[in-house]
Design a protein around this ligand. Sequence first.
Ligand code: GLN
Length: 246
Amino acid sequence: MKAIKILHMYADMLDLYGDGGNMEILKYRCEKRGIGCEIEHYSAGTAMPDFSSYDLIYIGGGADLEQQHISDDLLKCRDGIVNAYKSGTFLFLICGGYQLMGKYYKDADGNKIPGLGLFDYYTVAPESRRMRCIGNIVIRTRITGEPVDVVGFENHGGQTHDVRTPFGEVVVGNGNCSGSSAEGYFEKNVIATYLHGPCLAKNPEISDYMIGYCLERAGATEKPAPLDDTLEKKCREVMLERLTRK
Ligand code: GLN
C-alpha cells in the first residue's frame, strides 16, 4: 500500500477538546511502522473532494452552533460520503460528527439539525442546558475480538437513541444517553463515539483497528506490526485505577 489517505472534515469548526490530535496519533502510528499517512482537509466552501478516494474520513465534535454552521455544507457532501462509506471507506466520528451521521440532532433550543441519515439513530438534547453528560468515561469495547477498556472524556447534551450496534458498553459514565449502558456506534468500517480525549492517545487498540482495516482493504494479509505502547497503556491504567477501582 502506498499510503493511508485520510480526509479530515471541518477541522476548523469541529475540534472540541483537541479532537484533531486523533489525526496526529494515527499518522504517528502509521509512520512508526513505515506506512505512509497523508491527511487532507475539507472545510465548508473548499472544493468538493472525491470522498471515495480516501481510506478514512474523520469528523470531530463541536458545539451546537458550529454544528448548525456546517450543516448545509455537510448535506451537500451527502452523496459523496454515502458512496465512500458503501465502497468501504472507514468513517471515524466523534460526538458532534457522530450525531450528524444519524437522522438528526435536535438541540436544546429545539432547532432540528438534519443529519445525513446514513444510520438509523437520532439525537435529542434536553431543554435544560444544565442536563449534560459531562465527565470521564470508561467503556468496554470488543471490536478487536477481545474486551478492551477504553478511557475518554464526554461532554454532550444530545441523547442518542436507536443505536443498534454500539461501539462499547459503559463501565463508568453515561454513553449514548444519560445513564445508559451503551456507547457510540460501530460497524466494520465505522467507529462513532462520544469520547474526546483525543481518544486515540490512551487507547492504541482503536488506532490499530482502523489502520488494520485500511491495510486489509488494500490487500494486506498481515496485521499492523505491534508497537511499544508501554507509556500509552500506563497512562490509561492510571485513569482506570482512578475511575474504576475505588
Ligand atoms: N453539541 C452537541 C451536544 O451537546 C455535541 C457536543 C460535542 O461534540 N461534544 O450534544
